[in-house]
Design a binder for this molecule. Structure first.
Ligand code: ADP
Ligand code: MG
Length: 256
């Protein structure tokens, strides 16, 4: 192909916003030659690659703005360490039907069992599939909502937590809330109800939510909306954090 034409293709591809074609033309042509591709297959290859690049960029950008604390996946999760947790239940969730149906997911259990890990892994999978994600701890969300409320901007701050397809609310129950803080959470939960999924993690059982939200009636109203469509995943087992620590301490103490 003449230099003139390849230069023009590069320039046209750039103008059309097709960066992969603009930058990778030589290699695409090489692959077409090597595979003896016909016009249709070559066209198909070019468009597929462009789409894959665009998807990858979207995914990376969406991950950056999701505020996820890390990007661990279910492949990083050792199910053999939590024998009471059925891997099929988690893999079913990873099929993301819950996100389609705007069902919530509650991961409940003591510290270190991997609640945040699994919540993040589901969020990463959903993000890859095109869902928008926002991650927060309950305390941070309450702090943000309170600050916004105090300057008359509650509505727009609520929007931050209403906009994403999936809101991950981590660490529900670590610190008990005041009644008026619980009320802000109620506003958010009832506005999201049946509009978008929440993945929450908590070290408390639902019966203890009265203490968490500073008021039994409020807690019941929150749970009513939260649990109407909800996959509850109790994880009752040993702490993975402690496992590593205890092995190290045993090692230092010379205990086999
Ligand atoms: P939780 O939120 O339940 O307190 P985390 O999800 O923060 O626990 O897990 C604590 C640490 O241990 C994280 O680094 C997490 O990736 C890791 N972890 C927990 N459970 C497992 C597991 N079964 N396999 C691999 N890593 C795990
Ligand atoms: Mg956690």
């Amino acid at each position: 192909m003449s230099e003139l034409v390849t230069t023009r293709i590069r320039s046209t591809a750039s103008k059309l916003g097709l960066p992969h074609l603009a930058e990778g033309l030589q290699s695409l042509l090489g692959r077409a030659d090597a595979g003896k591709l016909g016009y249709v297959d070559f066209f198909d290859l070019v468009l597929e690659e462009e789409l894959a690049l665009r998807e990858d960029r979207r995914f990376r950008h969406a991950l950056r703005i999701s505020k996820l604390p890390h990007h661990k996946t279910l492949d990083d999760y050792d199910f053999s360490f939590q024998p009471d947790l059925d891997p099929r239940k988690i893999r079913d969730l990873a099929s993301l039907a819950f996100a389609e149906t705007k069902t919530n997911v509650a991961l409940l259990g003591p510290p270190g069992v991997g609640k945040t890990h699994i919540a993040v892994a589901l969020a990463v999978a959903a993000c890859r599939a095109g869902f928008t994600i926002y991650f927060t701890t309950l305390d941070d969300m309450v702090r943000q909502l309170k600050a916004a409320d105090s300057i008359g901007r509650l509505g727009s701050k609520l929007h931050t937590y209403l906009r994403p397809h999936i809101l991950v609310v981590d660490e529900v129950g670590y610190l008990p809330l005041e009644r008026e803080e619980g009320n802000l959470v109620f506003q958010l939960i009832s506005k999201r109800y049946e509009k978008g999924s929440i993945i929450l993690t908590s070290n408390k059982s639902f019966s203890e939510f009265g203490q968490v939200f500073g008021d039994e009636v409020l807690a019941t109203a929150i749970l009513d909306r939260l649990l109407h469509h909800c996959e509850v995943v109790p994880i009752n087992g040993p702490s993975y954090r402690l496992k590593n620590r205890l092995t190290a301490i045993d090692g230092e103490a010379g205990i086999a």
